[in-house]
Design a protein around this ligand. Structure first.
Ligand code: MN
Length: 202
């Protein structure tokens, strides 16, 4: 079964005004679609195409050398964007609750401090990449990674991510990445992040 573009759980217009509809459409229908097509081209007819993309990335070290670059860039691109769409919501924003709030307070002092530190990671990632909140060995960690590198390749489970490639924000925010990052917090789908946290902690 080739990899396929997941349907968004909202319309392209619904994240306005924080993320504009044109950016959403190009990002989903063109950029994400292109990662999927290139991933499919790289693994077609091999055992690797039968894996979930998350499993593929967790097994990255076993991927044949001649497919590693494609899996890292395009498999990573597919997995990262598939997560990203789900952790945004037109009804998002606010703060996490429950076990995730307790874990964030413990790891980062407070939710507010966490948001500041995550925003710094996203701001300071030089060039294209992502800021991530991940679970590793039952603990929360903040990190940024370049390009479409996935935390899954390093045995870490991403539960929240922010795409800071210019394609994610340039139409509305131009060079003002910090304004895009501030808008992101108004869209975060905390119940979905909490769901991913609970699974990662099992
Ligand atoms: Mn992107």
């Amino acid at each position: 079964m080739p990899y396929a573009l997941p349907k968004l759980p909202y319309a392209y217009t619904e994240l306005e005004p924080h993320v504009d509809a044109q950016t959403m459409e190009i990002h989903h229908a063109k950029h994400h679609q292109a990662y999927i097509e290139k991933l499919n081209a790289a693994v077609a007819g091999t055992e690797w195409e039968k894996m979930d993309v998350e499993e593929l990335l967790k097994n990255f070290s076993n991927v044949p050398d001649d497919k590693k670059t494609a899996v890292k860039n395009h498999g990573g691109g597919h997995a990262n964007h598939s997560l990203f769409w789900t952790i945004l919501s037109p009804k998002g924003g606010g703060d996490p609750t429950g076990d995730l709030k307790i874990a964030i307070d413990s790891a980062f002092e407070s939710v507010q401090d966490f948001k500041v530190k995550f925003s710094e990671k996203a701001t300071l990632q030089f060039g294209s990449g992502w800021a991530w909140l991940v679970v590793k060995d039952g603990k929360l960690e903040l990190l940024s990674m370049p390009n479409q590198d996935s935390p899954l390749m390093d045995g870490k489970t991403p539960i929240l991510g922010l795409d800071v490639w210019e394609h994610a924000y340039y139409l509305r925010y131009q060079n003002k990445r910090p304004e895009y990052i501030a808008a992101f917090w108004k869209l975060v789908n905390w119940p979905e992040v909490e769901r991913r946290f609970e699974i990662a902690m099992k």
